[in-house]
Design a protein around this ligand. Sequence first.
Ligand code: ACO
Length: 322
Amino acid sequence: MTETRSVVAGVGSFLPERILTNAELSTMVDTSDEWIRERTGITERRVAAEGETTSDISVKAAKAALDAAGMTGADIDLIVLATTTPDYTFPATATQVQAQLGAGGAAFDLQAVCSGFVFALATADNFLVRGQAQNALVIGAETITRLIDWEDRGTCVLFGDGAGAVVLSAREVEEDGPGILRTYIRSDGQFRTLLQTDGGPSATGTVGHLRMQGNQVFRHAVNKIAEAIETVIERAGVTAADIDWFVPHQANQRILDSVANKLGIPPERVVTTVATHGNTSAASVPLAMDVAVKDGRIKPGDLVLVEALGGGFTWGAALIRV
Ligand code: ACO
């Protein structure tokens, strides 16, 4: 028996050139390379150049994903772009990307902070499976360093810029064939003030800075992520032992280790890029996926688990047979 599924046709990513090291940050705020590495696992992150926007880096990641899929922008009839740092308040950054790629159909932004890519994947999957689009670009892209208060050592050491993209195609496949098997997304607004910006178009007429109660976020992250993962695994009828690659949101090495440990996923099955990318918010999962596809770890037929938790709180997970 066959069914319609969203199949991963190509993955791509782009990182801005400028590297910001822990050593350089130590000259800006009262911190140290040792503290940052021990508490987060991060050694460096990228920062978008002046004038380099979220749409610029999205287009580069999208073109790489289209190349990998053997497609052009003209083949795309849906773009879902997850970002917290759009070029402008409106129109959606996705429409900018659509115009530059020459894509058709519909294009819109999706805002779920660090969980954005997982939410965008779930959204695009529903359009494809219901026959409302044929080929979708799911993009996670951030110039999140623009929201950083560079005097706040509790946050400025954590974040970095980048973009990742996945082309999904609606295809008729066998039950054991490729495609998105399950997605699960959740939000709980009672936690919204633990991770937020202190400005926005309607509230203050400004963009604001990122504010986070890091230890509170940490406290909730492991349990909520584990709940999402256990749900997708159970609903897909697989076990943790079946997962070939775990590609988590790259927030903090300690969170990744705790989640993998709680679920019994061995460290050699976990794709980690947090050391060199930092937390790139909505971009982190597709950026990490691209690294593991390019270096040959993720291969056709592999079962890949992705997850994320971000401001809101929002959180979720997805299981994909590539
Ligand atoms: N360098 C040196 N010291 C620091 C730094 C720094 N960069 N930042 C904080 N400290 C100090 C604090 O001031 C505090 O000092 P005190 O004890 O004198 O008050 C001490 O270190 C401990 O602070 P905590 O916040 O309790 O440190 P913790 O071990 O929790 O690590 C961190 C902080 C890395 C932020 C961690 O809490 C974390 O990663 N949280 C999760 C973040 C996350 O997952 N975000 C996900 C989503 S992001 C999004 O959605 C946009």
